[in-house]
Design a binder for this molecule. Structure first.
Ligand code: PEP
Ligand code: MN
Length: 364
């Protein structure tokens, strides 16, 4: 799968010249809502949307929420395709959904975040999708688990599905946060590093959970060379039956897409190459110094471990650790560094220090 160039061919064959945009409502609600939204999307002279999305079966976290209108929406979507020429995407979560989607000639089938988290469900989908030439997009699992995401893609690939892509929709977290789902950008970057041929699409709507950060997340995705975006769009977002807070109107969508800046993959200019090379050399030297300093820190930590061992003192000293983290937060702001970043970094350093001391106390 790593080196299979065929996987992303469906997207290069579209020859868009700009990132792929998938847009449409969170849920198909009524025939009028679906057609109205689709025509408003397609009707604009600024339109860059290629694929129309709509959830037909909705995976709700708790029962009692709107669970989708079901198969009656499929003919509405066929009509959207006929009348607008947009391709159609829906979410599938079981073999019955796949069968109905294929019977109605749905072009793109996406696997939702809750489904990707369950290998039994993904395998059921893989068996039902066996050999299809439809495009299948796999959202990241709700939990931040790269292997589970890769595993989901592998199951679909092994079923002979060639036209694949993945969608980054953020990861749920118990912590209250600015985002509905934390972006954890490093996970999709790790995915992309391992599978550079698999198109990576960002879903700012489910990352943000609100309208006002969609553009910012979309721009970050483009800065990270994502291949496209999926944005929930509704002709009357405030009245949407699901995810009302994060849906935007077709007009707002077009304005956002127009404002987003697509970055060049690289630049051939000699001056740019020389300047970048020089700065990268400096980065390499700094990184080396960082690692040397960390290694020195761990040596001191091991000495402390020995002193503690001789007196049978516990490895974790909460008071001291609180002092360190407080001091570092203060240094961080003086040095112009982000306090949250430095706190996260020092928590990691502390974990590793504990591991070293455990090693001394229990083994040496
Ligand atoms: C959706 O796209 O409407 C959806 C339910 O997304 P997710 O699986 O990312 O929660
Ligand atoms: Mn939604």
């Amino acid at each position: 799968m790593e080196n299979d160039k065929q996987i992303g061919k469906w997207l290069t064959d579209m020859n868009l010249g700009y990132p792929l945009t998938i847009a449409g409502p969170c849920s198909a609600e009524t025939k009028e809502q679906v057609l109205n939204t689709a025509h408003q999307i397609k009707g604009s002279k600024n339109n860059r949307v290629t694929i129309f999305r709509a959830g037909v079966w909705k995976p709700r976290t708790r029962p009692g929420g709107f669970e989708g209108v079901g198969a009656i929406a499929l003919p509405w979507l066929q009509r959207v395709k006929r009348e607008t020429g947009l391709m159609i995407a829906i979410e599938v979560a079981n073999a019955k959904h796949v069968k109905l989607a294929l019977e109605h000639d749905i072009d793109v089938l996406w696997i939702g975040a809750r489904t990707t988290a369950n290998p039994f469900a993904v395998q059921e989908l893989a068996d039902a999708l066996q050999g299809t030439d439809k495009i299948v997009l796999i959202k990241n699992p709700v939990n931040p688990d790269l292997a589970l995401w890769i595993g989901g893609v592998e199951r679909i690939y092994k079923a002979g599905v060639q036209n694949l892509g993945v969608i980054h929709r953020g990861f749920s977290s118990y912590r209250k946060s600015h985002y509905r789902n934390q972006p954890n950008w490093q996970i999709p970057i790790d995915f992309k590093t391992q599978f550079p041929n698999i198109p990576m699409i960002c879903d700012p709507s489910h990352i943000c959970g609100r309208r006002d950060c969609i553009e910012k997340i979309g721009q970050t995705a483009l800065d990270l060379q994502y291949d496209g975006m999926m944005i929930e769009t509704h002709h009357d977002p405030d009245e949407a039956w699901s995810d009302a807070n994060q849906q935007i109107t077709p007009n707002v969508l077009h304005a956002i897409v127009k404002r987003l800046i697509v970055r060049a993959k690289t630049f051939k200019d000699k001056e740019y190459i020389v300047a970048l090379e020089l700065l990268r050399k400096k980065i390499n030297e700094t990184d080396k110094l960082l690692l040397q300093t960390l290694a020195e820190r761990m040596q001191i930590v091991r000495k402390i471990g020995k002193v503690k061992k001789e007196r049978n003192v516990a490895v974790l000293q909460t008071k001291r650790w609180n002092e360190v983290i407080k001091k570092m937060a203060k240094f961080a702001s003086l040095a112009g560094l982000d306090v949250n970043f430095v706190t996260r970094l020092f928590k990691e350093v502390h974990q590793e220090s504990i591991r070293h001391q455990e090693d001394i106390v229990n083994r040496e």
